[in-house]
Design a protein around this ligand. Structure first.
Ligand code: PLP
Length: 391
């Protein structure tokens, strides 16, 4: 490997949300990585920093081209440069879209369990989170199209936030599934906000399907949110984009993010995105291989040592969705117990909606030694839980 993912970097003194924990605690919750970003990006940022002048900034043609080329070359999506809109994050764009496209008390459809902040984007803007549960059978998730149509057919439903690939289950949605979502959305007049922030972190050898690449209908009904921030560990730099091929939706999302004042880049936003999408490919490919080895390590160790607890098979994200149904307790109690007894800090599955109450989410974007430490604490803690509660 050309790049180093093994070195442990102390993040405790860097204002990290994730690492604001006690001395012996091991945080594997918030979705950022414990790796430094790609050296190519770091060098580009250092050069920008050395310039020393940080006045108001804007994105350039180079920024547009970097996004367009990356999605064409890696994901087979053709975007028109002029249809990209800068925004400071995917969540700011989603929140802004909810404000722009709904009136109070309308429904915004989400497929649960799903990234918990979607609830905030919806509820904090006066709408209802319309929970359309994913089907969960034999330890695997799939879309429930009957339920999806029932939800979309509600005349109060105006938006759907699609998570593609899906956080926390790790599903990569198929072209067929996405085509059906597009058809239903068109039939019932629902706009699809496709959050594709996790799209680059797929198992080596597998890709994802951009919603807007599926059909003319999918292009027409959607706004796609994309960013280099998950992929290259740049969340603190606040740099993202919204895209729509539909000129009306494109105009509205542009107005939305600008009205909400989340459409103006900071001094490092363009540099980071351009370096990531023009020079980050080799680092990304090594990082994916490393992280998917961490995924395998956790899944295999659980299978060998505590087989009643298992990792839901997923082909995307560095987030493991762990089924703890056999532990006979809810995720909140068990996450709390693990933290108290072993220092391991995982996400309580209920942050992803009530359908997450029997799961924990574990972030394995970390050096192998931390991943090994995490899985050890997980198994020891769950064994302790069993000894106390399942006799
Ligand atoms: C599905 C999903 N969307 C959006 C975000 C956050 O996006 P941003 O930092 O660009 O607001 C996350 C972070 O975990 C996420 O998992």
């Amino acid at each position: 490997m050309k790049y180093d993912f093994d070195t442990i970097i102390d993040r405790r003194s860097s204002d990290s949300v994730k690492w604001d924990v006690g001395a012996n605690e091991l945080p594997m919750w918030v979705a950022d990585m414990d790796f430094p970003t790609a050296p190519e990006i770091w060098e580009a940022l250092a050069k920008r920093l050395a310039h020393g002048v940080f006045g108001y900034a804007d994105v350039s043609a180079q920024w547009r081209r970097a996004y367009v080329d990356w999605w064409r070359d890696r994901h087979g999506l053709t975007m028109e440069e002029e249809n990209l809109v800068f925004c400071t994050g995917v969540i700011p764009a989603l929140s802004s879209a909810v404000r722009k496209f709904t009136t109070p008390n309308e429904n915004v459809l989400i497929q649960t369990p799903v990234y918990g902040t979607f609830y905030n984007c919806i509820v904090n803007n006066g709408c209802r989170a319309q929970e359309c549960a994913l089907r969960y059978e034999n330890g695997e998730y799939s879309m429930d199209f009957e339920e999806l149509e029932r939800c979309m057919a509600d005349p109060q439903t105006s938006l759907m936030i699609l998570c593609n690939p899906h956080n926390p289950t790790g599903n990569i949605w198929s072209r067929e599934d996405l085509a059906k979502v597009g058809e239903l959305a068109k039939k019932h007049g629902v706009i699809v906000l496709s959050d594709e922030i996790h799209c680059d972190i797929t198992a080596p050898g597998s890709g994802y399907v951009p919603f807007a690449s599926v059909s003319e209908t999918c292009r027409e009904v959607s706004i796609t949110c994309i960013a280099p921030t998950k992929t290259f560990n740049l969340a603190g730099l606040h740099t993202a984009a919204a895209y729509s091929a539909n000129p009306v939706l494109r105009h509205k999302i542009w107005r939305a993010v600008n009205t909400d004042e989340c459409g103006e880049p900071g001094s490092f936003a363009e540099t980071a995105a351009v370096a990531a999408f023009t020079e980050g490919g080799p680092w990304l490919d090594e990082m994916r291989a490393y992280v998917f080895e961490n995924r395998r390590l956790v899944a295999d160790t659980l299978r060998a040592e505590l087989p009643e607890v298992f990792v839901v098979p997923g082909e995307a994200t560095y987030l493991l969705w762990i089924d703890i149904t056999a532990m006979n307790g809810n995720s909140e109690e068990i996450a709390h117990f693990l933290r108290e007894k072993t220092g391991l800090f995982l996400s309580d599955g209920r942050h992803f909606g009530d359908t997450g109450a029997e799961h924990l989410r574990m972030n394995v974007a970390c050096p192998r030694a931390l991943c090994e430490d995490g899985v050890r604490r997980l198994i020891d803690g769950l064994r302790m839980w069993k000894d106390r509660n399942l006799q």
